[in-house]
Design a protein around this ligand. Sequence first.
Ligand code: ADP
Ligand code: ZN
Length: 306
Amino acid sequence: MVNSHAAVAELGAIEAGGTKFACAVGTPAGHLIHETTIPTTTPEETLKQVIEFLRSHSRNLAAVGIGSFGPLQLNPGSAKYGYITSTPKPGWSNFDLAGTIRNAFHVPVILDTDVNAAALAESRWGAAQGLRTFLYGTVGTGIGGGAIVEGAILHGRTHPEMGHIRVPHDRSRDPFPGTCPYHENCLEGLASGTALEARWKVSPATLPRNHPAWVLEAEYLALACVNWMCTLSPQRVILGGGVMQQKQLFPLICERVARLMNTYMDTSESADNLGSFIVPSPLAGNAGLLGALALANCHTASGNSS
Ligand code: ADP
Ligand code: ZN
């Protein structure tokens, strides 16, 4: 029997980003009780503040979920399980993120990518409720994608890096070389907020809605959607992140996806129908943090810490 007097489990949620860590104490139902953001400086300084925040706002955390920038080591067989691995962000590469939190609280810590976490939040509370296979993509400082496939978060060898797929790059039309230090012609290098700012030399938020930047941006994002769709067969593609606040991108992307698909997979793939298939995140910029909460709840709900 459930003890009706038992306190509701409190969960810790951390969205670890390159510029800030969003932290919260919340409930399994997705209610964020206390929230804060902490600037990302050194791992030691940042994590000290994260731990202090969680300690001062909860006395009985049942688990902590972390959705983090990466790349991450998520293979449970690896000695470096739970580490941030090869990030170019100074000080953070080879850092034991999950272990640092686990040592502070001695509770289960569930780490995943920020975008896998966000995908989980979409399945619980957002645009993917009731779906078993779908994709969440973020277009912000970088580009990333997380996927749930037949009800389970997709990890595979490590985790997907959907932002680093190569896309056709017509240099006669777009001579911009890209911003990714690792790859030529990768999606993140050509279409992230960072790339937009470097190409057009202004903050993307200030570019007018009818600026040619958005047509080009929609073309790159449509190429990404088509590649993701052909590979994973998602039932929906949810797009979030700062750049996707430019809502005029959605019809442009759908139009272009319809043209690129050319009715091959499904004759109903008209731009209009795609409007309910490629959709904005309804979680108001909170998908990552809610996703971290959902990760923490994975443990308490099912005992599954994968
Ligand atoms: P992060 O990716 O760091 O988690 P965001 O998802 O907020 O953070 O994305 C930040 C990026 O989005 C920056 O490159 C910023 O210039 C861009 N951005 C933020 N707001 C807008 C907007 N309204 N329109 C277009 N780009 C935006
Ligand atoms: Zn790249």
